[in-house]
Design a binder for this molecule. Structure first.
Ligand code: G3P
Length: 217
């Protein structure tokens, strides 16, 4: 299972990279805005800065919603750095763009996926990753993890190579349940990854080991 960090914050990305278990980064226009990164040139530079920090894939989202615009923007993004994966929304023009990119060897991440049907379309179009937003489904009292399970079943039925990138992950239990279901990747905040570290018995056990060591030394 790959771990991506879902942020545009360079300090957090550095911290995650230093932990040694991060396989990539996802961003979106909201996360860029949160960091105060505005203007096309600054945004493009920021993507390159992220690529310099991490070793793995970095998703960069197109803003255009028409086919020609997505193709133009996507090609520009893909040219920025070999680690860039072009993030395309799950709309009709987006499906066409994913197919276009797939035919030309440009990797894509189909974003804003909220149903198994959308995930099936993304796979048919040749998306490298599909991003079902589990947290946002949970937010409206719909089981986000069930969607991951449905997509896993469908992809396995037909051997689709599109990787399931569980997005909108909010906490450690999302990560664990996605791992059990067999999501290929999860993307979430650093807290959802670092939270996996925690267990009171680890802390108590370590405290006792160190105390016993001190007794004999
Ligand atoms: O990767 C998608 C993600 O950025 C959405 O997360 O927490 O805004 O639903 P959230």
């Amino acid at each position: 299972m790959k771990f991506f960090i879902d942020t545009a914050n360079l300090d957090q990305i550095r911290e995650a990279q230093n932990l040694g278990v991060i396989d990539g980064v996802t961003t979106n226009p909201s996360l860029m805005a949160k960091e105060g990164i505005t203007g096309r040139d600054n945004i493009l530079k920021h993507y390159v800065d992220i690529c310099k920090i991490v070793d793995g894939d970095v998703s960069a989202e197109v803003i255009a919603t028409d086919f020609e615009g997505m193709v133009k923007e996507g090609e520009q993004l893909a040219d920025l750095h070999p680690q860039i994966v072009v993030k395309v929304p799950m709309i009709k023009e987006g499906v066409k763009a994913i197919k276009y990119f797939s035919d030309r060897g440009i990797r894509t991440n189909c974003t804003l996926v909220f149903s198994a049907g959308q995930a099936l379309l993304a796979a048919k179009a040749g998306a490298t990753y599909v991003s079902p937003f589990i947290g946002r489904l949970d937010d409206i009292s719909t089981d986000g993890l069930n969607l991951i399970a449905e997509i896993r079943l469908i992809y396995d039925n037909y051997g689709f190579e599109t990787q399931i990138l569980a997005a909108s992950v909010r906490h450690t239990m999302h990560v664990l349940e996605c791992a059990k279901i067999g999501a290929d990747v999860m993307t979430g905040p650093l807290s959802s990854i670092e939270g996996l570290l925690n267990h009171p018995l680890t802390d108590i056990g370590l405290e006792k080991f160190l105390a016993d060591y001190k007794k004999g030394n």
